[in-house]
Write a protein that binds this ligand. Structure first.
Ligand code: ARG
Ligand code: ZN
Length: 846
């Protein structure tokens, strides 16, 4: 069944107050609800429908009198009085049997919830839609030491606790946690002087992994006050770490629930990258308190209203806390790796979709990351000051409301007087625009003209695309590498449009799309010389990195399609750059990186060539070998530049040095047979160095002893063992990936019911590009078999993990047929979930 944006109608009733009482039991939890409803003056349809799934209804009353509602799979309807009335019900649910991890479920003896998007209907009968907001009071009865829900704590006693959340909220923000937990506590005083108690709740034993998360929370709270003028609004802020969780984390009001992998950290067990990600996710969930909770979404089609904006805000936060250019480059790497394939394949959908079958399938890179890019463009177009004014108006005008993209754009239109009708296409048109450029130089007039052409290829359901508003940041350099025109924002609105620069004394070298000012594919091949020039001279760090990236891409392409040798201009350029001690080591580490093999498959596909995974792998190896050879003379100098003084800290400075060190180590391993990596593995006193060394040994095929030692050292730590599972599959040689992944699914610590562990094996296998795309198709079958098994238990994670198949039409006929057959086999599975059915059928059709 498909749901359409155009069919939106308001709910017939408003919720005035909600009282819930939970009597916890793993097999038979009782949930009593008392909800005050009143007719909604803005609605015409007065059908009283409550969502409810997998509930056993024990009793129902309206204004105290027993009623017999008509029940369906999806919920119930009932006759109700004309005016306000009170609905009371009691239902029974079985959290321990809930392996879907949606609604109320159990994770290793602890009760927890995940309600976004539509999980509350698995807890009790309720109008489970984001535009219905109510004030919740919750009583929890259970034989567990810690009983938590949203809002502020009220009375509590032995085996019970009461909570009251004064802020009206949709049901998707409801949360309950009960377990044997310990708190890492702190406190925060808001700008206006409200004292807030902060707690990070974890299992006994994990207390040592809380300090960093708590600091990140306090930094986020301060940052949102300083940058967006947003203060926290309750007396407590609780975060809980849960081992079994489908996603990263969830912004439930006053009670954020986190995948333990997204919050627990210590130097011994977490990498620098983990620390950075944790800081960003804590910020993201905290920022949702305003962009998501105080102002929520009218319906799930508006998901990007809160997600795109909150991702944008957390990126700004990370850029402020760490290095802005490094964050921007990392975000673009991620966008190209995850969003571009989605936007250019069968799952392509607009930032604001117009229909869906299962909303959980739309928590995508397009909604989140492209959604954030759209906000970045808007900010670039209107400028920082107008952006700040528009946001202030947004908070002022819409606090307490459930809003739409129209509301969002209206504050920008009202503040700037701009007509944003065309800009709005970014929300409705799917697909990645392609931008091409022609240059003209009139030496006599000193005039330089850039003529752009934009075109967005068709996507499923959208054969024709209209031109979009593209903010194109451009700078011009002269032949000496000096900047003669500083970064200028060109606003492209037509399919074809020219921009002229006057008064130049010589032909400039353009630096186009600085900062990746619009999420497009720039089709331009200026040749290796100009790229090498920009690599050496561009003042825009993003484009400087991009020049190196392009050289690497072109080298790999020529290697793959023409059997060329690795490009010397690229190697020389990189060698000069990484030696430059005036540059941030983190930036140099990014410069040393090369496109992933799946990125190369994407690039080949964009250029109309069928990617051959084995040839891509061979080319990547050859380029890495050549780089190792080229840089060997400076390994020692680079190692010096990476030297860290003092105790481990996961800050930008130290992380950057370690990132450069790891990049160098992986090249060094190709030259010294793993001697340096083995020494680092043995002496490492933090996970960043230990895992980097182990990864090098896995790549070198010298990993047997180190893998065993690592397992021995860390078998008690679930999160570290996830790394152990994932890394040895992702980094091993393609031939070895399948046997290894198969063997690891038989490992006693493999647990398909834990999403982190399942992803560590199956997700990592799909990341081994040539291993997954084995010509014999056995990689596809292996993943499909496990997806079928998991679907019966956890549809959400299964559906998400279908993504590696989305590129199936890119490959050669043999692989295509094998991938299609694997997808078809999943599709044909009896009683396949709605989630997975939607994903595989879109992939097969699109
Ligand atoms: N709102 C959460 C976040 O962005 C994600 C929750 C998604 N949950 C889901 N079942 N799709 O932080
Ligand atoms: Zn979010």
């Amino acid at each position: 069944q498909t749901i359409y944006l155009k069919d939106y109608t308001p709910y017939g009733f408003v919720v005035e107050a909600v009282h819930l009482t939970f009597t916890l039991d793993p097999d038979a939890t009782r949930v009593k609800s008392r909800i005050a409803f009143a007719p909604n003056p803005d609605a015409t349809d007065r059908t009283f429908f409550l969502h409810g799934e997998d509930l056993t209804l024990l009793s129902a009353r309206i204004d105290g009198a027993e009623v017999t509602p008509s029940l369906t799979e999806a919920g119930l309807t009932c006759d109700v009085p004309d005016g306000p009335f009170t609905w009371e019900a009691e239902v029974e649910i079985a959290p321990d049997a809930n392996t879907a991890l949606e609604g109320l479920y159990m994770s290793d003896g602890m009760y927890c919830t995940q309600c976004e998007a539509e999980g509350f209907r698995k807890i009790t009968y309720y109008p489970d839609r984001p535009d219905v907001m109510g004030v919740f009071t919750v009583r929890i009865e259970g034989d567990l030491p810690v009983l938590l829900s949203n809002g502020n704590p009220q009375q509590a006693g032995e085996g019970w606790a009461e909570w009251h959340d004064p802020w009206p909220k949709p049901a998707y923000l409801f949360a309950l946690v009960a377990g044997d937990l310990v708190a890492h506590s702190d406190q925060f005083t808001t700008a206006s002087g409200r004292d807030v108690a902060l707690n990070l709740w974890v299992r006994p034993g994990d207390e040592g992994k809380c300090a960093f998360g708590m600091q990140a929370l306090k930094k986020s709270m301060r940052w949102d006050e300083e940058v967006y003028g947003r203060e926290y609004d309750l007396d407590v802020f609780n975060i809980v770490a849960v081992d079994d969780f489908n996603m990263g984390a969830m912004e439930n009001k006053g009670l954020n629930i986190f995948n333990s992998a997204a919050v627990l950290a210590s130097p011994e067990t977490s990498t620098d990258a983990n620390f950075e990600r944790i800081e960003a996710i804590i910020a993201h969930e905290y920022f949702h308190n305003w962009t998501g909770n105080r102002i929520t979404c009218r319906d799930w089609f508006q998901l990007c209203l809160k997600e795109g904006l909150t991702v944008f805000r957390d990126s700004e936060f990370t850029a402020d806390m760490r290095s802005a250019p490094v964050k921007r480059i990392s975000d673009v790497i991620d966008l190209r790796a995850r969003q571009f394939p989605e936007d250019q394949g069968p799952l392509s959908h607009p930032v604001r979709p117009e229909s869906f079958q299962e909303i959980n399938n739309f928590y995508t890179a397009t909604i989140y990351e492209k959604g954030a890019e759209v906000i970045g463009m808007l900010k670039r177009l209107v400028g920082d000051e107008a952006y700040a004014k528009a946001l202030a108006l947004y908070f002022d005008r819409h606090d307490g409301q459930a809003c739409t993209i129209e509301d969002w754009l209206a504050v920008f239109a009202d503040v700037t007087g701009r007509d944003l009708a065309q800009f709005k296409r970014w929300y409705s048109q799917a697909g990645t625009p392609r931008l091409s450029v022609n240059e003209e130089w009139d030496a006599e007039a000193g005039r330089y003209t850039l003529s752009f052409h934009q075109h967005t290829p068709p996507t499923p359901g959208q054969p024709d695309k209209a031109p979009q508003v593209l903010p194109i940041a451009v700078g011009l350099l002269n032949a000496n590498g000096d900047e003669v025109v500083e970064t200028t924002l060109l606003e492209m609105t037509e399919a074809e449009q020219s921009f002229t620069f006057e008064g130049l004394t010589g032909r400039p070298v353009p630096s186009i799309l600085r900062g990746f000012s619009a999420p497009v594919v720039l089709d331009r091949d200026p040749g290796p010389e100009e790229r090498a020039f920009l690599l050496a001279h561009d003042t825009d760090p993003f484009n400087r990195w991009e020049a190196g990236r392009q050289l690497a891409r072109e080298s790999l392409l020529a290697q793959i399609t023409k059997g060329a040798a690795p490009d010397a201009a690229y190697l020389d350029g990189i060698a000069t750059l990484v030696r430059d001690d005036t540059l941030d080591p983190a930036f140099r580490a990014l410069m040393l990186g090369t496109p992933t093999q799946s990125e190369m498959a994407q690039v080949l596909h964009e250029r109309g060539t069928v990617p051959d995974p084995d040839a891509i792998h061979a080319a990547a190896e050859a380029l890495a070998e050549a780089k190792a050879l080229r840089l060997a003379p400076i390994f020692d100098a680079l190692a010096m530049a990476c030297h860290v003084e003092g105790a481990y800290a996961p800050d930008a400075e130290q992380s950057g040095k370690r990132a450069l060190g790891s990049a160098v180590l992986s090249l060094q391993t190709r030259r010294d047979g793993g001697v340096t990596a083995r020494a680092q593995f043995e002496s490492a006193d933090n996970m960043t160095l230990q895992l980097a060394a182990l990864t090098c040994l896995v790549r070198a095929g010298q990993d047997a002893e180190a893998l065993a030692a690592f397992e021995e050292q860390w078998r008690h730590d679930r999160l570290v063992m996830d790394k152990w599972f994932a890394m040895q599959i992702a980094a091993t040689a393609p031939d070895n990936a399948l046997p290894r992944a198969e063997a690891l699914t038989a490992h006693p610590a493999f647990d398909m019911k834990n999403p982190n562990r399942f992803r560590a094996v199956l997700g990592a296998f799909a990341m081994n590009h040539a291993g997954f795309h084995r010509a014999d198709g056995k990689g596809y079958d292996f993943v499909a078999d496990w997806l079928v098994k998991l679907d019966a238990k956890n549809p959400q994670t299964t559906a998400r993990m279908c993504a590696p198949f989305q590129t199936w039409r890119r490959y050669d006929a043999g692989r295509q047929e094998k991938m299609r057959a694997a997808l078809q086999r999943i599709a044909d599975t009896p009683s396949l979930s709605r989630d997975t059915t939607e994903m595989v059928s879109r992939m097969l059709q699109g």
